[in-house]
Write a protein that binds this ligand. Structure first.
Ligand SMILES: N[C@@H](CCC(=O)N[C@@H](CS)C(=O)NCC(=O)O)C(=O)O
Length: 211
């Protein structure tokens, strides 16, 4: 039995954690809990996740919530010469944190999650077409920021190295495409590159077993 357990499948946030685990070549047990299903309401899962959210990750005695924090924990703990998801220098790590917060706040929380809540799930969060329109306009403005980084032809967000920031950016690009948001050509090409990674493919099979 692995010392690592990940609760959560079938969601973009859970996928970030599956992907990091696969990049780092770490074994783990998956608990196939999907969002807004009876599996989330069981006493067993509520004991694990009083927030009633996925993903949840446990490594030995450490239990963590928040997909970005989990991915960064994994990289900080398990980066090695075989696979390195964080830059080794302080400025590079700061840049990685900067993009992580940017993706989590500006693209996920303030844009795409608003579209999901009020566009996809109005029966839970309420009808709010003006909020959906504004979130979409906001997404278009904000997505131009990472797009500009690629004007020098770099393969990944921070340059030559694939990092946690690429896991986060790719996950929101996939989400944006699914919601019909306009994604700039350069970022579509970038995503084509990142999703070809073997770890992306194996993590996808683990997170979306039905597809
Ligand atoms: N900021 C959190 C968001 C977690 C989250 O909202 N997860 C969704 C699935 S992607 C969920 O569990 N939703 C259930 C609910 O809100 O009731 C993260 O990135 O981990």
């Amino acid at each position: 039995m692995s010392q690592r357990t990940l609760w959560g499948i079938g969601s973009a946030r859970a996928f970030r954690v599956h992907w990091a685990l696969h990049e780092l070549g770490l074994d783990y047990e998956t608990k196939p809990v999907r969002t807004r299903t009876p599996a989330m309401e069981t006493p067993e899962f509520q004991a694990v996740s009083p927030r009633t959210k996925i993903p949840v990750f446990q490594d030995g005695d450490l239990k963590l919530f928040e997909s970005c924090a989990i991915v960064i924990y994994l990289a900080r703990t398990y980066d090695s010469d075989d696979c390195r998801l964080l830059p080794t220098d302080s400025a590079g790590r700061a840049r990685c944190d900067e993009w992580s917060y940017f993706v989590a706040m500006e693209l996920d929380g303030t844009s795409l999650y608003v579209i999901r809540r009020h566009g996809d799930l109005p029966e839970i969060y309420g009808e709010a077409p003006a909020a959906v329109d504004c979130a979409s306009e906001y997404f278009i403005r904000q997505i131009a920021v990472p797009d500009a980084e690629f004007s020098d032809g770099r393969p990944y967000l921070l340059g030559e190295q694939f990092t946690t920031a690429d896991i986060f950016l790719t996950s929101v690009l996939t989400w944006a495409i699914r919601y019909g948001q306009p994604v700039p050509e350069r970022l579509l090409a970038y995503r084509e590159r990142t999703i070809k990674r073997p770890a992306y493919q194996s993590a996808f099979a683990a997170c979306y077993p039905e597809q």
